[in-house]
Ligand binder design. Structure first.
Ligand code: R5P
Length: 301
């Protein structure tokens, strides 16, 4: 079946990098907001029949940027899926490099919404036949789909980059128990017996404040702190401060999805990070590691 990539408004860079690597045909999307705030989206085609019987692959991340917030990105995605379905696509495969709202996957306080699950249900309802995301906050969220759904692992690509930093006595730190599986698989890329230290983190469900504790064996060692999301930078900065106090030599702050809101960059560097390392699931100045190879393998499989 012929495949065509649809580059969503939010994934221009990663989308085009993937087009170049896959050598597949692609279509762009035109988008704007009406004066009342409603979104408009149009797949840039002169003839809708081009979509008929094709496998259409949408790449649209859901992170907020200076141009649009995540809510706009979600509605745009749903609109693209729905249009392709209406135009007679044989299969609509949806790639969401960063799944917004994934941290709202539990009811922490009575009356809350399982928004992570709701987003998945809407994507399926709009007409998706298959779903892919990268390093999802919790794999369990994918249970909300009845269509095939996949969590792609970015760790080997991140590790390829981190390895070029010539680590000495590396130790991987997991900033909380939730990230420990990810950190263990990450540590493996730096050697058989690379230690993994797991912090105990408690977040106040009302204020969002975090309390972090750990006793670390990192004196004169290179530390890699790996998390799925770096948002306000609070978690990362707390982990860096503890690693620094414990005598770490170099400290690398690694995140798959760098939202870096407010003063996150300053906070992390001020705490003592030597480098911030991330991917292009979201456009940001620290996206040294592209996910285009991962998407290419997935699309061409
Ligand atoms: C939480 O469980 C996530 O894995 C991240 O640790 C968290 O979202 C980071 O947020 P922030 O940068 O605001 O501390």
């Amino acid at each position: 079946m012929e495949k065509i990539i649809v580059i969503g408004p939010a994934s221009q860079l990663l989308g085009m990098r993937t087009v170049i690597k896959t050598k597949l045909d692609f279509v762009q999307t035109e988008y704007k907001k009406f004066p009342d705030g409603e979104c408009y989206i149009r797949i840039q085609l002169d003839d809708e029949s081009i979509v008929e019987g094709k496998e259409m692959i949408i790449i649209q991340t859901l992170g907020a940027s200076n141009h649009a917030d995540q809510n706009q990105r979600i509605i745009e995605l749903l609109m693209i899926i729905s249009s392709l379905h209406r135009m007679g696509a044989k299969k609509v495969r949806v790639i969401v490099p960063y799944l917004a709202y994934a941290r709202q996957d539990k009811v922490f306080r009575p009356g809350e919404t399982l928004t992570a699950n709701l987003i998945c249900e809407m994507i399926e309802k709009a007409g998706a036949d298959e779903f892919f995301t990268i390093d999802i906050h919790a794999e369990k969220i994918l249970d909300s789909f009845t269509i095939p759904s996949h969590n792609l692992n970015p760790m080997s690509l991140l590790a390829d980059y981190v390895t070029t930093l010539n680590l000495k006595d590396p130790v991987v730190i997991s900033p909380d128990k939730g990230a420990s599986k990810r950190s263990k698989s990450f540590a493996h890329f730096f050697g058989e017996n690379v230690p993994v230290e797991v912090f105990s983190k408690e977040r106040d469900v009302v204020t969002g404040d975090i309390k972090m504790t750990a006793s670390l064996d990192v004196d004169k060692k290179d530390v890699i702190i790996a998390d799925d999301i770096i948002s306000t930078g609070g978690t990362m900065a707390s982990a860096i401060t503890i690693a620094k106090k414990s005598g770490a030599r170099k400290i690398y702050a690694v995140g798959t999805h760098l939202l870096l809101i407010q003063d996150a960059i300053a906070k992390i560097l001020h705490a003592g990070a030597d480098k911030i390392i991330g991917t292009d699931t979201i456009n940001n100045p620290f996206a040294q590691v592209s996910m285009a190879d991962l998407l290419t393998d997935t699309i061409l499989k």
